[in-house]
Structures are given as structure tokens and as C-alpha cells.
Design a protein around this ligand. Structure first.
Ligand SMILES: [Zn+2]
Length: 141
């Protein structure tokens, strides 16, 4: 398996893109966890054992969350910062719309990624039963 490395030209390009979009980010090459905190305009992308397709798809998925917040799409779901994410109100709202909001985000992410990287295959999130179950039970982004 060919994993993306942090010196990759794609990673460099994506850093510039995030800067242009005024999105703060952290790429963590030792983690597999990714999430967005739209209210803070921040994304965390775990790049451990990530192929280029996985890495770019994840980055664009998290960018799409930020855009959804800015466009007020699924607003309650996206109105999240580090402070609000633990609150009960958030968790209740979260489970109700999570799957719909995530699929909407994937659609947007796919479109967006095609504009920048038409030759790279977009890999959607939340495809398997396990992933869907995960999102119903707890906070994943
Ligand atoms: Zn998501």
C-alpha cells in the first residue's frame, strides 16, 4: 500500500489551499482521527496509513463541513467549537441529523475535490454499517 507522506507535493498544495480558505488545520501523521470544529474554522486530519485518495478525501470532507457552517447548512449540527462539543444539547441534536448531514457533506466534498483533483478518486465516509452505527452512537466527524 502506498501511503501519503507529509513531504508530498499534494500535502504542500493542500496546506496552501487551506490557508487561502482561511481554515486552520492540524495534520497529525500519527493519528487516524479526523474532525472539523466549524465555529473555530479548524480541521484536524489524521494522516496515519492514509493513501493519497484517503487523505485528500478526508481533507475535502472536513473542508465541506466548514463550508456548510459558513453557508448555514445543517446549521445546528455544524455550529460546533471545542467548547460546545461536549454539551448535552449538542449530543442530542447531533444524533438526530448526523447521518443526513454527513452524507450531504460527502456530496459537497466530492464535488469540491473534483474541481481541484479531478484525477484522484473521492472516497466517501460512512459507507459501511459499522460506520453508520458509530455515528449514531457517538461523536464522530
Ligand atoms: Zn464529517
Amino acid at each position: 500500500m502506498n501511503y501519503v507522506c507529509k513531504e508530498s507535493v499534494y500535502v504542500k498544495e493542500v496546506r496552501q489551499l487551506l490557508k487561502d480558505l482561511k481554515i486552520k488545520y492540524r495534520f497529525n501523521w500519527k493519528s487516524k482521527t479526523s474532525y472539523a470544529l466549524p465555529r473555530d474554522s479548524f480541521i484536524h486530519v489524521g494522516g496515519k496509513e492514509s493513501t493519497l485518495e484517503n487523505f485528500l478525501s478526508t481533507v475535502f470532507h472536513e473542508i465541506a463541513h466548514i463550508f456548510n457552517f459558513r453557508d448555514k447548512k445543517y446549521f445546528i449540527y455544524h455550529n460546533v467549537s471545542r467548547k460546545s462539543v461536549e454539551g448535552k444539547k449538542f449530543k442530542d441534536n447531533f444524533s438526530k441529523v448526523a447521518l443526513k448531514a454527513e452524507r450531504y457533506t460527502d456530496k459537497k466534498a466530492c464535488k469540491l475535490m473534483k474541481e481541484y483533483y479531478p484525477h484522484v478518486k473521492f472516497i466517501p465516509s460512512y459507507r459501511s454499517k459499522e460506520e453508520v452505527e458509530l455515528i449514531r452512537r457517538k461523536c464522530v466527524g
